[in-house]
Design a protein around this ligand. Structure first.
Ligand code: HEC
Length: 180
């Protein structure tokens, strides 16, 4: 075998090797699968396809009833929590409206019905009463619970804070409702 012949064989080998590598690379490129960032099987994934409003509604629906916490709520602690509200709300009997309406006797009163206060359409058209549970939902996330309210307050995240402040508001009334 002369060197020319040898070169031909070597070239054939090299070419075959290159073709193999090429096929492998090509295969990787074609069959490379991007791992999805989220599993398709997570149940919450269903909510992701819903509108933000629906997801939010789900969150509100999951808010546990406040009634069990009210039974042992502290009116004194509620008075402290109410300091966050006092910048905008008076809660004394006959107290004037401030940025927000006066809140004397608010528990079980009709929503948006304090004399002389100019409510948002969202609140004046709400059409319910301030039951413990309505207050619970509203005070948790005011602007999400009643869309369009002009109460510019982020809300009370802690269940205990809401229970205490509701018990406090309930005490500020001519006829406090039973807490249990
Ligand atoms: C930045 C001012 C502000 C703060 C702070 C605030 N509120 Fe309000 N609140 C308002 C305004 C304004 C309204 C009227 C909302 C509307 O008309 O949409 C309102 C409405 C309400 C209502 C409904 C009253 C009705 O007559 O229907 C309740 C109950 C209430 N607030 C409780 C609270 C409590 C409890 C806190 C504290 C945890 C609080 N608010 C903090 C401004 C405030």
């Amino acid at each position: 075998m002369d060197s020319f012949e040898f070169n031909k064989i070597a070239a054939a080998f090299l070419t075959t090797a290159l073709v193999f590598i090429g096929i492998k690379e090509l295969g990787d490129a074609i069959y490379h699968v991007e791992k999805p960032k989220k599993s398709a099987y997570i149940v919450e994934g269903v909510a992701e396809t819903n509108s933000a409003a629906k997801v939010e509604k789900k969150v509100e629906e999951q808010l546990a009833s406040i009634t069990p916490l009210l039974a042992s709520a502290s009116i004194d602690s509620g008075a402290k929590v109410f300091k966050k509200c006092a910048a905008c709300h008076n809660i004394d009997k006959g107290g004037a409206n401030k940025v927000g309406p006066g809140l004397w006797g608010i528990v079980n009163q009709k929503v948006g019905a304090v004399e002389g206060f100019k409510y948002s359409a969202a609140l004046s058209g709400y059409g319910k009463n301030w039951t413990f549970e309505e207050l619970n939902g509203f005070l948790h996330k005011p602007m999400k619970y009643i869309k369009g309210t002009k109460m510019g307050f982020a809300g009370l995240k802690k269940d205990q804070d809401r229970a205490d402040v509701i018990a406090y508001m309930n005490s500020k009334s001519d006829a406090p409702a039973p807490l249990k």
